[in-house]
Design a protein around this ligand. Structure first.
Ligand code: NAP
Length: 253
């Protein structure tokens, strides 16, 4: 894995302050990238990840911004430009909402779900392609989207809106992957199952992993690091012929 010691390209991880994003940021630092850590509200957590990157002898830049806001994302990518050459984007920032049936979902909820999970991923991918594509004078790169097994399970009576948003992320992975494959950019995705992070508490079920672990063929939840390992592989030259792939990391779920 890793990159040469003379060149230190940049990896941007959206939602890099906690959970899967944090594990990706620290893992990619180990692989030799300087890291831009985007977060939306938890500055302390982002700064702790930056300290972890520094401990791995790489530079870190922490940038606040809501991925669903175009203005914020333009600011974020401006900051990236001042930091170094963007080689990897991990489109990780994502949210769930509390369990609800579709016939209970408000317009506000639906808009938030799509704004952050879908439009946020598109805005970041758009800005990354502008910088990475050989068509725009770039040197290529890798974009890794974080999907979810919800996209194929549908998440009935829980969050069909989230599942549908992640379905859109899968489609974007395939379509954009083919769109820019000849321009030096590999677009792929990792599709996590039940992973031990704070996201379940934000959906109102902090013990969701423990509750559902018995339904996972491997009989346990996964760790953020187990997801990050696939992200790191997709970012690396080891995945040089992999485009539009969606790697399921779910213990068989
Ligand atoms: P998490 O522990 O809740 O962390 C979410 C991260 O995203 C935090 O760093 C948070 O920043 C950031 N974030 C949230 N909204 C944002 C926004 N609007 N703009 C920028 N950053 C934002 O979540 P996680 O479990 O690590 O999930 C990461 C990704 O994996 C998501 O796309 C999620 O859908 C996907 N996923 C997770 C699981 C699972 O079981 N955990 C399963 C399948 C897919 P702050 O720290 O500033 O709040």
């Amino acid at each position: 894995m890793g990159v040469s010691s003379t060149e230190k390209p940049v990896a941007l991880v959206t939602g890099g302050s906690r959970g899967i994003g944090r594990a990706c940021a620290l893992g990619l630092a180990e692989d030799g990238y300087d890291i831009v850590i985007n977060y939306v509200g938890n500055k302390q957590a982002a700064n702790e990840v930056a300290a972890g990157v520094a401990a791995r002898h790489r530079r870190a830049l922490v940038v606040q911004g809501d991925v669903g806001s175009e203005a914020d994302m333009l600011q974020l990518f401006k900051a990236v430009d001042g930091f170094g050459r963007l080689a990897v984007l991990v489109n990780n920032a994502g949210v769930v909402d509390v369990a609800a049936r579709v016939d209970e979902m408000s317009l506000e909820r639906l808009i938030r779900m799509m704004q952050i999970n879908v439009i946020g991923s598109f805005l970041c991918a758009r800005e990354a392609v502008k910088r990475m594509s050989t068509r725009h004078g770039g040197k290529g790169g890798a974009i890794i989207n974080i999907g979810s097994v919800a996209a194929i399970l549908g998440a009935p009576a829980q969050y069909v809106d989230y599942a549908a948003a992640k379905g859109a992320v899968d489609s974007m992975t395939i379509g954009l992957g083919r769109e820019v494959a000849a321009e030096g950019i590999r677009v792929n995705a990792v599709r996590p199952g039940l992973i031990e992070t704070d996201i379940h508490a934000s959906g109102g079920i902090p013990d969701r992993v423990q509750k559902l672990a018995g339904f996972v063929p491997m009989q346990r939840g996964g760790t953020a690091e187990e997801v990050a390992d696939s992200v790191r592989w997709l970012a690396s030259p080891k995945a040089s012929y992999v485009v539009g792939a969606i790697i399921t990391v779910s213990g068989g779920r």
